[in-house]
Design a protein around this ligand. Structure first.
Ligand code: NAD
Length: 289
């Protein structure tokens, strides 16, 4: 397939590379001039999409996605499919899909879970929203870049799944970190805390797979001085998207709001910027009640 790939950053770069390695003809564009092995680099977004069967975007946010969509949709060939893999607000995802559909294109939102490791190793999970035909066209490419893709529903459903998942993740990480900080003050050994909770009803991905306590559980950013991994500011971005969505859908998400406020405090007023999102544990350890 001929593929246009726009946004070749930490995630998009390795994703585009994997498509090229699998034998697809990939043209890539990034405003930072990034070059990726195996990917033909072009000077404009428009040049990347001309003649492409599928165009994939992996961009920082919804405003940038909308601006790029305005540039590329008029240049895409009729019947081509626009696959946005960025994490953006549901409203932007739906607006871009409508714009693409109106121009005779297929469109899906297909945000990912799995981080930079998943992008590099081709083991991402995709959660997609949009028409069945567009999803069927994109599916073989998603299979190269990931190990699982779920078609969640109509446009925006992929983004809805992504922000709900990450809202749970933010909340459980905070809960796990504050429980460790409490356990410390109660004199409970961290390893014993892990041994109990990881096999009891308090278990979660945050405890079992990404334990925020150094030296306990599987290897995680806590064992690497809390270098990200998944940066606290990216968690804050996703939590804010969840609250934007909750507001527009009139949904009660009090813990999602509390988690958003805590990550905002950590990233914007404390030393959380550039730290992994599990560095909430040393943050709580420093605090008293
Ligand atoms: P990144 O900042 O490394 O990459 C974004 C790239 O987009 C940059 O290289 C930037 O130069 C480029 N860009 C910006 N504006 C552009 C434009 N107008 N035209 C072309 N290129 C442009 O970010 P990332 O970590 O690759 O994340 C990309 C998306 O994936 C985000 O929406 C993020 O929330 C999501 N995501 C990231 C992770 C992760 O672990 N990093 C995990 C899941 C989802």
């Amino acid at each position: 397939m001929k593929i246009g790939f726009i946004g070749l950053g930490n995630m998009g770069g390795p994703m585009a590379h994997n498509l090229a390695v699998a034998g697809h003809d990939v043209s890539g564009f990034d405003t930072a001039g990034v070059k990726i092995d195996g990917v033909t680099s072009v000077d404009t977004a428009q040049a990347a999409v001309v003649g492409a069967d599928v165009v994939i975007t992996m961009l920082p946010n919804g405003a940038i996605l909308r601006a790029v969509a305005d540039q590329i949709i008029p240049e895409m060939k009729t019947g081509a499919v626009f696959v946005d893999c960025s994490t953006v607000d549901v409203d932007s995802a739906r607006a871009v899909a409508e714009q693409a559909n109106a121009a005779g294109l297929g469109a899906i939102d297909a945000p990912v879970s799995g981080g930079i490791g998943g992008a590099t190793n081709g083991t991402l999970t995709f959660m997609a929203g949009g028409g069945a035909d567009a999803f069927a066209t994109a599916a073989p490419l998603l299979e190269i870049m990931g190990q699982k893709s779920v078609h969640c529903g109509e446009s925006g459903a992929g983004q809805a799944a992504k922000i709900c998942n990450n809202m749970i993740l933010g909340i459980t990480m905070i809960g796990t970190c504050e429980a460790f900080a409490l356990a410390d003050k109660l004199g409970l050994d961290r390893q014993k805390m892990f041994d109990v909770v990881s096999t009891s009803s308090g278990y979660s991905w945050s405890m079992n797979a990404y334990c925020p306590a150094p030296g306990v559980g599987p290897d995680s950013p806590a064992d690497n001085d809390y270098k990200p991994g998944f940066a606290a500011e990216l968690m804050l971005k996703d939590l804010r998207l969840s609250q934007q969505a909750a507001e527009s859908a009139d949904a009660a998400t009090p813990l999602g709001q509390a988690a958003t406020d805590l990550y905002a405090q950590f990233v914007e007023n404390e030393d959380g910027l550039g730290m992994d999102f599990s560095a909430m544990l040393p943050r709580f350890s420093k605090l008293g009640r």
